[in-house]
Design a binder for this molecule. Structure first.
Ligand code: FPP
Length: 254
């Protein structure tokens, strides 16, 4: 189990993307409703946001609701929407004190009216936060986002404002919902599945992938420190072999 002082503050991930998976299974194991798992998942998110702030990571994106999640039973969808909105509202004061800015990617317009109003309040009241940005992916799907980006570029081409041969990777990035953030360099997925599930596909081209079997409600500060330490160990190789790195480390100690 890693501790905060094992993290090298000079080589932090710039942006951590998290898939908070395993809420349902956590609840099932305890004979509880799935929504109890999501509620406990909110507690885990609170913990992790504090850890992120202590460590000093500047951007975190959490997957709260995918475009595919609409297929879940209506009661679960409704409960989740309210939990997201009111969960954020209950953290509003803390976020302001921590200098956190809340932003969303995906299409939040499908959120029920009251939940959307509350969410927009928190987005507005935290908009001056300078310490870090928490991005909530809601009604988000990466292919949908890339399709929207390509469509926006195609419209410019159709109007004659741009030529097809001038389209660059930057143009695609600039038209994504994430245009204002650096690309995630670390993905953490809890809950044992080892998939990306239509999450930030374009943006994670070079991200380190960290998968853990721990269910999201059980994920602790020490667990996120572990993920960051592992990220730093992987990064440290810079394309060299382990033997080369060990040799260099030995030389440093002499
Ligand atoms: C995946 O677990 C989790 C979700 C779909 C929802 C995550 C939402 C929260 C943690 C609520 C708080 C969020 C914010 C942004 C305030 P699952 O239900 O797919 O778990 P399973 O794979 O075990 O069924």
């Amino acid at each position: 189990m890693a501790t905060l002082d094992q993290i090298d503050k000079t080589r932090l991930p710039k942006h951590i993307a998290i898939i908070m998976d395993g809420n349902g299974r956590w609840a099932k194991q305890r004979g509880l409703e799935r929504s109890a798992g999501h509620r406990e998942g909110l507690e885990a998110l609170r913990r992790i946001m504090r850890a992120i702030q202590e460590v000093g990571v500047k951007y975190v994106t959490v997957y709260s609701f995918s475009t595919e999640n609409w297929n879940r039973p209506k009661e679960e969808v409704d409960a989740l929407m309210n939990l997201i909105a009111w969960g954020l509202k209950s953290e509003e004061q803390n976020m302001i004190e921590m200098g956190a800015r809340l932003e969303f990617i995906g299409d939040i317009s499908r959120m029920p009216e009251e939940a959307l109003r509350v969410t927009n309040e928190v987005i507005a009241s935290t908009s001056q936060g300078q310490n870090y940005t928490m991005i909530v992916a809601f009604n988000y799907g990466s292919r949908d986002e890339i399709t929207r980006s390509v469509r926006a570029i195609a419209e410019k081409v159709a109007k004659g404002e741009m030529k097809p041969e001038d389209i660059t990777e930057e143009d695609i990035s600039r038209n994504l919902d994430t245009r204002n953030y650096p690309d995630p360099d670390l993905l953490i997925r809890t809950g044992g599945e080892e998939r990306i599930s239509n999450y930030l596909l374009w943006q994670m081209a070079y991200a380190e992938m960290y998968f853990t079997p721990i269910f999201w409600p059980d994920f602790t500060k020490a667990d996120i420190y572990d993920a960051i330490v592992e990220f730093q160990n992987r990064e440290r190789r810079f394309g060299k072999t382990s033997a080369q790195i060990q040799e260099e480390e030995k030389e440093k100690l002499l």
